[in-house]
Ligand binder design. Structure first.
Ligand code: HEM
Length: 411
C-alpha cells in the first residue's frame, strides 16, 4: 500500500496521470478509498458514496484558514498572493468558493438569484455568440477547435452577462486569459507579471462598471447586483466585485474544457455522435455524460468540522479532505461499466459540479453553453473528423483541471 499515489502524483505534472488518470484513481479506490497523504497533509477520497456524503454534509468547512497547520497543500493558497496584486481590504477573502457560513450564503444567495434568472433567458445570447465564432472560422478546411471555438465562447458569454462594453471586449478577453494564470502554481515570472497586470485591470474595470450601472442600470448582472445592494442585500462593493470576477474565473476555462472534451469524445466515439445526430433531444444527457466521463475539474475540498469518521476512517477536526470528483465519477458502485462513454446512460448522478452548499453556481450556464455549442458545431460541420486520425490528445498540465491544449480537426 505504501506505493499508492499521493496528491502530487494525481496532477497532470505526472505523465502517467496525464495520459490516463484512471489507472491511478481506480487503484486508489480499490486499495485505499480514504487515503491519508501525510506529505500534503490531507485525506484523498475516491469513492462516489464517500464523496457525495461529504459534499452533501452542510456542516463541513471550506475555508483553508480552518485547516490544521499540517494541511500544507490546502493552506498554500493563503500565502500565495504575488507581489503587486492589488486587493482592497473589502475584497480580502471575499470569494464564495473558499468561504464558510454565514458569510458564504449571505453573498451566494443574491448572486445565485441574479445569475439563475439571467441564465434562464440567455439562450438567444449564447446562440448568437456560438454562431459568431463558428462564422469566424470561415472556409478553413482544418483548424484547432480549442483556439477557434472552445476557448472563445465562454469568455464572450460571461462578458455579455456582466455587461462588458463592446469596445472593451478585446481588453476583457486579454484580462481573462491573464487571470486564468492565477490557477497555475507553476507559472513563470513572465506569466505572473501578466497575471498581476490582468487581475488589477479587471478589478479596476469591475469597479468602473459597477459605478456606471449605479448611475444608469442596464440589462446585465452587474446592474442586478448593485440594485440588490441598494435594495438592502448585505453586500460590500468588494464582495460584489470579487464575485463578479469569480464568475469569469470559475466559469471560463472549465466551460472551455467541457466543450473541448465533448468534441474530442464524440470524434473518438462516432457511434455516440451518430446517436446524438439522429436524436438531438439526447443533448442534455450527452452533456451530463461528458461531465461524468471527462470532468473538467479534478477535485474539490472540505475540512472536517469536528472529530468524525468518513468512509470508515477516523478524522480529526480541521483535517483536510480532497474529494476526487474524477475518481468518484468512474466508481463502478455508482455507474455500471464506468469507463464506457454512453450518452444514453440513465440515473448517472455525477459530481462534476461538486455539491451541497458550494454546488457550482454556474452549472446551469455551463450546461446551456455546452448544449448550444455542441449541437451548433456538429450541425455546421457534419463531416468533421480528427485531422490526424492517430492523434494522441495533448492534455494541458494545469493541476486539478483537465482539458486539451489543442484539437485539430478537418472539416
Ligand atoms: C463545466 C463547467 C464547470 C465545472 C466543471 C465547474 C466545477 C465547479 C466545482 C467542482 C466547484 C466546487 C463545488 C464544491 O466544492 O462543491 C465549483 C464552484 C463554483 N463555480 Fe463552477 N464549474 C463550471 C462552470 C462554472 C461557471 C460557468 C461559473 C460562473 C458563471 C462557475 C462559477 C463557480 C463559482 C462562483 C463557484 C463557487 C460556488 C460556492 O462555493 O458556493 N462555474 N464549480
Amino acid at each position: 500500500m505504501t506505493d499508492l499515489p499521493g496528491v502530487l502524483q494525481l496532477t497532470p505534472m505526472n505523465p502517467e496521470f496525464n495520459e490516463d488518470p484512471h489507472k491511478l484513481l481506480d487503484r486508489l479506490r480499490n486499495e485505499c478509498p480514504v487515503r491519508r497523504d501525510d506529505m500534503a497533509g490531507l485525506f484523498l477520497l475516491t469513492r462516489h458514496g464517500d464523496v457525495r456524503g461529504v459534499l452533501s454534509d452542510t456542516s463541513m468547512w471550506r475555508s483553508p484558514e480552518r485547516a490544521e497547520e499540517a494541511a500544507v497543500v490546502t493552506r498554500a493558497i493563503l500565502g500565495s498572493r504575488p507581489e503587486g496584486l492589488k486587493v482592497d481590504e473589502d475584497e480580502e477573502r471575499s470569494g464564495i468558493l473558499l468561504m464558510d457560513e454565514p458569510d458564504h450564503m449571505r453573498i451566494r444567495e443574491p448572486f445565485a438569484k441574479a445569475l439563475y434568472k439571467r441564465v434562464a433567458k440567455s439562450k438567444p445570447k449564447v446562440t448568437q455568440v456560438v454562431r459568431e465564432w463558428l462564422d469566424g472560422i470561415g472556409d478553413a478546411k482544418t483548424f484547432d477547435v480549442m483556439d477557434k471555438f472552445a476557448l472563445r465562447v465562454p469568455v464572450d458569454v460571461i462578458a455579455r452577462l456582466l455587461g462588458v462594453d463592446n469596445a472593451r471586449l478585446p481588453e476583457f478577453r486579454e484580462w481573462s486569459e491573464g487571470s486564468i494564470l492565477g490557477l497555475n502554481p507553476f507559472r513563470t515570472p513572465e506569466q505572473t507579471e501578466f497575471y498581476v497586470k490582468s487581475r488589477n485591470a479587471l478589478s479596476a474595470y469591475m469597479r468602473e462598471l459597477m459605478n456606471a450601472r449605479r448611475k444608469q442600470p442596464e440589462d446585465d448582472i452587474t446592474s442586478d447586483m448593485v440594485i440588490l445592494q441598494a435594495e438592502g442585500a448585505q453586500l460590500t462593493d468588494g464582495e460584489i466585485s470579487t464575485n463578479l470576477q469569480g464568475l469569469l474565473i470559475g466559469g471560463n476555462l472549465t466551460t472551455t474544457d467541457l466543450i473541448g472534451n465533448a468534441i474530442w469524445l464524440f470524434l473518438k466515439n462516432p457511434d455516440q455522435l451518430a446517436k446524438l445526430k439522429a436524436d438531438p433531444s439526447l443533448i442534455n444527457g450527452a452533456v451530463e455524460e461528458v461531465l461524468r466521463y471527462e470532468s473538467p475539474v479534478d477535485i474539490t475540498g472540505r475540512i472536517a468540522p469536528r472529530d468524525m469518521e468518513v468512509g470508515g476512517c477516523p478524522m480529526k477536526q480541521s483535517q483536510s479532505m480532497f474529494l476526487s470528483l474524477r475518481g468518484a465519477n468512474r466508481d463502478p458502485e455508482a455507474f455500471p461499466d464506468p469507463h464506457k462513454f454512453d450518452i444514453a446512460r440513465k440515473d448517472a448522478p455525477h459530481v462534476a459540479f461538486g455539491g451541497g452548499l458550494h454546488l457550482c453556481i454556474g452549472s446551469p450556464l455551463a450546461r446551456l453553453e455546452a448544449q448550444v455549442a455542441l449541437l451548433a458545431f456538429f450541425e455546421r460541420y457534419p463531416n468533421v473528423r480528427l485531422a490526424d486520425p492517430g492523434m494522441k490528445p495533448k492534455w494541458r498540465t494545469l493541476p486539478f483541471f483537465r482539458g486539451l491544449e489543442e484539437l485539430v480537426v478537418a472539416v
